[in-house]
Design a protein around this ligand. Structure first.
Ligand SMILES: *[C@@H]1O[C@H](CO)[C@@H](O)[C@H](O)[C@H]1NC(C)=O
Ligand SMILES: *[C@@H]1O[C@H](CO)[C@@H](O)[C@H](O)[C@H]1NC(C)=O
Ligand SMILES: *[C@@H]1O[C@H](CO)[C@@H](O)[C@H](O)[C@H]1NC(C)=O
Ligand SMILES: *[C@@H]1O[C@H](CO)[C@@H](O)[C@H](O)[C@H]1NC(C)=O
Ligand SMILES: *[C@@H]1O[C@H](CO)[C@@H](O)[C@H](O)[C@H]1NC(C)=O
Length: 397
């Protein structure tokens, strides 16, 4: 059964929305696990489900979530033992402009993290140049997935994440062929979030992850479930030429009303500059995958700090956090006391610069070098058609 949205013409994006009003959809089988997670291994065949070695979460085949496309395995020469099993198989969509996965049994008005994963792995044996296609959540453009942006350093695997408030109990994630090759998808995951997390996210505003980094990760591993109950992926970041690493096994204090709930394992590792000169820097470019979004996106940066050293009475650690040349973002910041969790964040709306550098630099008064545990960077995107999506009987989202 082909989705009626399918059409061979390359239509502008707004046209697709109209076409899809008439589309049929699967009524998303209830596939939530006991935590409300949905774990789909796209293209999985030969078995219905399996337990992921690392997280112990159960992954299911995508058969009940989409009614189009063709399952494939990546080619044998692309098999790597360290890769998550999720990327060994995939579903490819040679037919139709728009093909969708329907996720059901959600709770309308609640906040969810969506994650989609893509690895080409020469599944078609053609060794083609990487595909480029568009991704939507319901009627909302999510991003361009241009596989050539995910190079060897990311193991050629694209992992994209969005945090949204779902307008209905049923949400479609759609791949749209824009003439850049056959769309495909390896994995699709959904995790419910507490409403109090990421308060920037509302029915009108979504966050798309640009980067989430955990400094000084032990053994350079990605922190995720069960260390992080929401199964966010915290990627390791280290550089011994610039930073010393510190770790603790002691508990980091919780804070009331924590809006980001960085996991304990992330907060137990920190980098510090080798000395008080120089600075810790990281940054981002205006996301090319969102260049179709109008008005242009804003950004949200969240920085996590925990003091892991028991400091003597007058030993001051103090730093300025600046973005580009804005010294006044967070001047004279001192992390809270020993093992106390803290974060700072800022929303950059109507950005004019095309790239951003966050600089963390000791103040003249500081006796100790700056530290940081982790950071998260997001694009902040307005939801389109909030009204339309909430109409009853509407056939798409
Ligand atoms: C992928 O590999 C698995 C395990 O070898 C096999 O059961 C399945 O049929 C394969 N899928 C395809 C589409 O060839
Ligand atoms: C995908 O990205 C590559 C590298 O940035 C670029 O050369 C190419 O034009 C992009 N493809 C499309 C269709 O935008
Ligand atoms: C890190 O690797 C070492 C050696 O392989 C191992 O003994 C240790 O348990 C690992 N630590 C963590 C936290 O994974
Ligand atoms: C501080 O560390 C940097 C390397 O990160 C080094 O080049 C510089 O000489 C050091 N400065 C002092 C005063 O030790
Ligand atoms: C830190 O910020 C303050 C206030 O903006 C400024 O006066 C000071 O020069 C800055 N220090 C450094 C080392 O950049």
């Amino acid at each position: 059964m082909r989705n009626q949205c399918a059409s061979r013409t390359m239509a502008p994006r707004w046209w697709l929305l109209i076409l899809c009003l008439a589309g049929n959809e699967l009524h998303g089988r209830a596939q939530l696990d006991s935590r409300g997670f949905i774990n789909i291994d796209c293209g999985l065949q030969g078995e219905e489900s399996y337990v992921n070695d690392e997280t112990k979460l159960v992954y299911v085949s995508d058969a009940g979530f989409t009614n189009s496309g063709t399952p494939y395995n990546i080619s044998a020469e692309n098999y790597r033992p360290w890769r998550s099993r999720n990327v060994r198989s995939l579903r490819s969509f040679p037919d139709g402009v728009r093909n969708c996965y329907t996720l059901g049994s959600l709770v309308s008005g609640l906040k969810y993290l969506f994650r989609a994963t893509f690895l080409y792995g020469n599944y078609d044996g053609l060794n083609k140049r990487p595909a480029t296609f568009d991704l939507y959540i319901g009627v909302n453009f999510w991003m361009v997935v241009n596989m050539s942006w995910w190079g060897l350093d990311q193991d050629n695997t694209a992992t994209v994440e969005a945090i949204i408030v779902v307008p209905r109990d049923l949400v479609q994630v759609c791949l749209v062929n824009t003439g850049g090759g056959t769309p495909f998808i390896s994995g699709l995951e959904l995790r419910p979030l507490k409403m109090s997390l990421y308060p920037q996210v509302t029915a009108e505003v979504r966050l798309f992850l640009l980067r989430r980094r955990n400094f000084a990760a032990i053994n350079g591993t990605i922190i995720r479930f069960p260390d992080n109950p929401y199964d966010r992926l915290w990627y390791p970041r280290s550089d011994a030429t610039m930073w010393a690493e510190m770790t603790t096994t002691e508990r980091v204090d919780d804070v009331n009303g924590d809006e980001f709930e960085a996991p304990m394992a992330v907060l137990q590792t920190v980098i510090k500059l080798l000395n008080t000169s120089g600075s810790i820097k990281f940054g981002w470019e205006v996301a090319p995958e969102l260049n179709n979004v109008s008005p242009g996106p804003g950004y949200l940066a969240v920085l996590h700090f925990v003091e892991l050293e028991l400091l003597g009475g007058d030993a001051l650690r103090q730093f300025n956090i600046s973005v580009n040349h804005d010294e006044s973002w967070v001047p004279g910041y001192t992390p809270l006391g020993f093992l106390r969790k803290a974060y700072v964040y800022n929303k950059f709306t109507n950005p004019r610069d095309s790239s951003y550098i966050v600089t963390i630099k000791a103040t003249a008064n500081s006796m100790l070098p700056p530290i940081i545990n982790a950071y998260e960077l997001f694009s902040v995107i307005a939801t389109t058609n909030v009204g339309i999506e909430s109409q009853d009987g509407n056939q798409f989202n």
